[in-house]
Every structure is written in structure tokens, then in C-alpha cells.
Design a binder for this molecule. Structure first.
Ligand SMILES: [Zn+2]
Length: 208
């Protein structure tokens, strides 16, 4: 992206709307120094403020990033906004899913361990011990399978080699060695095995 061009474009759009740098800055809740930095091409508006800036300048995000007006673009603005909103929604849903994984997984694993402890140290008939241990194991295992299912569906894994982001199959996820949510898997794109971290979105730039 051409920061100088974008800066000049921001400056000319602002002047078209008879706004001073200070007035624009005030509307965005930032310092006029920040606006001056954009306009001289020293920095880019960050994504959190971009939509609002575009709204004030009556341009689209596409136009802002291109540093010029794009014709026949009016209807695309809606598409863009929808895309950004949709991406946020998906990201949020994935985050909630991963939280669910912890909320199901941690208590069940804990309860299972307590049951195993009881079976090992408390006085009880042998059959009782067996039932308790089997029950605990079944519980831990089924919860682990559910948790992996959630983890596989929520978000993507990023290849450590080519940085491609993809959704692995359930069994690929389940059988892969892991440390937390980072799993050692084979990338379908470059075919190399690497430690792949969990990411919430498909786009590289939208990391949290
Ligand atoms: Zn790869």
C-alpha cells in the first residue's frame, strides 16, 4: 500500500469537507498529530478507526486503501461493511466456542480425576472401584473428544511453514500431538509437518 498516496487522499477528502485536521481528529477522538501523520504518509489509520474515518470522509475502505476514488463503488461499500461485520461475528463465535471447550473440559477432567482418586484410596467393594474408574475414564474421554471437535471447528490452524490457514479433519486434529492448542500436523498446502497454532480467522491480518 502506498502510504503517501493514501495520506494525500485523506488530506484532499478532508479539505473537500471543509474540515481542519483538528476537527477531524476531534470527531474520531484522536489527536490531530495522528491525522497529520496519516496525511504525510508516516502512518496508516488502524483498522479499528478506519470505518469511522471513511464514513466521515464519505469514502469506502477500498477507496481509502487505494488512495483514490473508485467509480461505481457505491454499492460495494455495503458489501465491505457486511464483510467486516460478518468476519467479526465469526471471530466472536469461534472465541465463544473455544471458551466452551474450557468450560466443559476442565470441570469434567477434574471430576474424573477425583473419582479415580476415590477409587484408589477409599474403602469400597472391588466392583464399586471398577465402576467408578470406568465411569471416570469414559467421562474424560468423551469430553476430550467433544473438546477436540469444538477446537477443530472453531477457527483455523496456521501452517508453521507456508502460513496457510486451514481446517483439518476431526481425526487429523484428534490424533495430532499437541501442546495446548498448538498441534503438530501435516499442512495440506505445502505438505510439510510443523507445529501449527490455532487462529480465529482465515485472514492473516486479522489476528487478535
Ligand atoms: Zn504449509
Amino acid at each position: 500500500m502506498d502510504q503517501i498516496k493514501i495520506g494525500k487522499f485523506i488530506s484532499s477528502c478532508r479539505k473537500e469537507r471543509d474540515m481542519t485536521q483538528a476537527a477531524l481528529a476531534e470527531k474520531l477522538g484522536i489527536t490531530d498529530r495522528a491525522v497529520s501523520k496519516w496525511e504525510t504518509g508516516k502512518s496508516l489509520p488502524d483498522s479499528g478507526i478506519m470505518l469511522e474515518l471513511c464514513e466521515l470522509l464519505e469514502i469506502s475502505v477500498n477507496e481509502l486503501l487505494s488512495g483514490e476514488r473508485i467509480m461505481a463503488e457505491s454499492y460495494d461499500k455495503r458489501v465491505e461493511e457486511n464483510l467486516i461485520a460478518m468476519r467479526k461475528e465469526i471471530e466472536e463465535k469461534n472465541r465463544q466456542l473455544l471458551n466452551t471447550e474450557i468450560w466443559i473440559g476442565a470441570p469434567a477432567t477434574f471430576a474424573g480425576l477425583i473419582m479415580c482418586g476415590m477409587a484408589a484410596y477409599m474403602e469400597m467393594p472391588v466392583w464399586c472401584r471398577c465402576v467408578l474408574i470406568v465411569f471416570a475414564l469414559v467421562m474424560i474421554l468423551s469430553v476430550a473428544f467433544i473438546a477436540v471437535g469444538i477446537e477443530q471447528k472453531a477457527g483455523y490452524y496456521e501452517c508453521g511453514n507456508c502460513h496457510d490457514r486451514y481446517v483439518p479433519t476431526y481425526w487429523q486434529t484428534n490424533l495430532a500431538p499437541h501442546m495446548g492448542r498448538t498441534r503438530y500436523m501435516k499442512c495440506p498446502k505445502c505438505g510439510k509437518k510443523s507445529w501449527q497454532k490455532k487462529v480465529l480467522t482465515k485472514e492473516i491480518d486479522a489476528d487478535y
